[in-house]
Each structure stands twice: as C-alpha cells, then as structure tokens.
Design a protein around this ligand. Sequence first.
Ligand SMILES: CC(C)(COP(=O)(O)OP(=O)(O)OC[C@H]1O[C@@H](n2cnc3c(N)ncnc32)[C@H](O)[C@@H]1OP(=O)(O)O)[C@@H](O)C(=O)NCCC(=O)NCCS
Length: 323
Amino acid sequence: MIRSVVRGNGAALPRRIMKNADFEGMVETSDEWIVQRTGIRQRHVAADDETTASLGEAAARAALDSAGMTPADIDLIILATSTPNNTFPATAVEIQNRLGMHHGFAFDMQAVCSGFVYAVATADLYIRGGLAKRVLVIGSETFSRILDWSDRSTCVLFGDGAGALVLEAEEGAGAITDRGVLAASLRSDGVHKDKLFVDGGPSTTGTVGHLRMEGREVFKHAVGMITDVIEATFGQAGITAEDLDWFVPHQANKRIIDASAKKLGIAEEKVVVTVDLHGNTSAASVPLALSVAVADGRIKKGDLVLLEAMGGGFTWGAVLLRW
Ligand SMILES: CC(C)(COP(=O)(O)OP(=O)(O)OC[C@H]1O[C@@H](n2cnc3c(N)ncnc32)[C@H](O)[C@@H]1OP(=O)(O)O)[C@@H](O)C(=O)NCCC(=O)NCCS
C-alpha cells in the first residue's frame, strides 16, 4: 500500500513581532485579558513586502532543504490559504513560479483554519491515487490584511506566517506501524457560515472585506466538533489517545486546546502549544507548530502525530500520521 511520508518541513515568519502590550494604545484591551482568555502573548505581522506568496515560498524552500530536495523533485504544490495574493491566479501557482518550477501543477485550497489539515488529506489522496509522487503542502496566511484593527474582539487574536511539509510516496505494509498518513477525517457545515466570515468578496461586494466573528459561538462549538472528528480518526486507525506521541492542534485559543485534550484523554505533555508565540495563523498554524516541535527535538521519526483544526464555515478535520 502506498503511504504519503513526511520527508521535510519548514516555516517562515514575518520580521515584525507585535506583543499584546502593543495593542494597549490602539484598542481597549490589556495583555492580561488576552493572555487569560486566549493564551496568546505575541504574533508576527507582515510588512508590505511580506505576502502570502513570499512567506509560503520561504517555508517551501525550508521544507525542501530539510528533505534534501529541490523544486525539480516536486510534482504538485497545494497551498492552504484564505488570504491569497490575488483573487486569481492561485497563489500556489505564484509560489511555483517563485521556486522556478515550470513542471507539474499547483492549486490553492480554501478551508480557512482547517486548510492545512484538508490539504494534507488531499495530498495523500493524490499520492495514493498515483497523480503525484512528491507534494509540497503549504499553509500560508497574512490575516493582518483582513483584520478590522479597530475591533478588539478579533484584531488581537490573529497573526501571519507560513509552514510547509514535503510528502513523498513510499510503499507501506498497510499497518499502523507504517510511516506516513494513516487516517484522516474531514467535515464541514455551512449552517455556521455567519459565525466566522469575511464581509467582502469578488462576487458580492467587490471588496476584500474584513474578518467578523462571534467568538463565543465559535468557542461553544469548537471542542465538540474537534473531539468528534478526532474520535472518528482514532476509530479508522484502531488506536486510542494513549497510543499518540504528539497532539498538534490548530492554535486558536489555549482554552480550546486544553479542553479538547482533556476530553480526549490526551496527556498535557503530549500537546504542542505555540499559540503564545504566533497567535492564530489560520492555515499556517499547524505546520508552524510542527516546525517548532521538530526543531526542538520533540517530534522524531517514527512518532505517531495527530493534527487537528477547526475554522470558518465551519470546517473541521483531523489527520493521523507517523512522522
Ligand atoms: C474571542 C474570545 C477569546 C473571547 O473570550 P470570551 O471569554 O468568550 O469573551 P466574551 O466574548 O464573552 O467577551 C467578554 C467581554 O470581553 C470583551 N472583550 C472582547 N475582546 C476583548 C479584548 N481584546 N480585550 C478586552 N476585552 C475584550 C467583550 O467585549 C466582552 O465585554 P462585555 O461583557 O462588556 O460585552 C473567545 O470567545 C474565543 O476564543 N472564541 C473562539 C475564537 C476562535 O478560536 N476563533 C478562531 C477559530 S478558527
């Protein structure tokens, strides 16, 4: 059986760091409120010359380096983003060009904060279906461009950044001990559309729009949705929370992460938390968290890793893989 195995990973962050205290003169908020409600301490904010394409390219180059590959080795790029450089063409194609890659194909995937989990599951299907052998999966976002900087209930929560993985086809035994993607479960339900959305778009207002969110409503649904989809993934793979080495959740809010891990019975020391460093970087949050836990030596070859995300739509999903 063909498995999609991680060969390398990378990340890129804008130069500028914005601390919670930097908001204190802009909106009525405090470092204490932000830390207590969300766990966020700082986020990176893109300068004019830093875009979803440039950050995505930098993360892709880092992932290729760590895989010991060049763009010539890649046949597909999937970019998860909700903040593309242009309405079209796909920013994935722009990254393809920046990498000097003129073969293969590239496309964007839009599932908001769940984008990276959707993209890994999709890359796995392309690999197992024989349409690609080596796939660059990127999550890159510049949410700072779509924030309403006068709305304290949203502007303090998000940040910019990018992360990437290189996946490659490898023959596996079809067992849970195989390396690569082992199980995935994806969901969406548009009934929740108005709880987290951007109030603009090409076909409606003709503007880019700003992010709007009913934070309390999102919070209310998050833990149940996350734990349902993870239990479905555990069921597919025939494992329990105790078998996991690492839980790498979407980094939106520390309270949601803690409550989900607790409900699932995942030990605190197995949970990778980077929301304090990056804020919510939407589709970039899971690969950025992976990059931190790989760089500090926590995630190692052979470890069983659970990725999870939930976002606007709502969309939600989980991927289980052996690193
Ligand atoms: C946004 C969130 C942190 C707010 O925390 P909360 O405990 O639910 O707070 P509430 O929304 O109940 O607001 C409590 C009060 O804090 C205020 N408040 C909101 N943002 C604030 C800020 N940055 N600083 C200070 N006060 C703030 C609210 O106006 C409200 O005041 P009121 O009681 O006078 O109306 C929380 O709801 C959350 O994290 N939701 C999920 C968001 C998320 O993860 N989204 C992304 C999913 S991909």
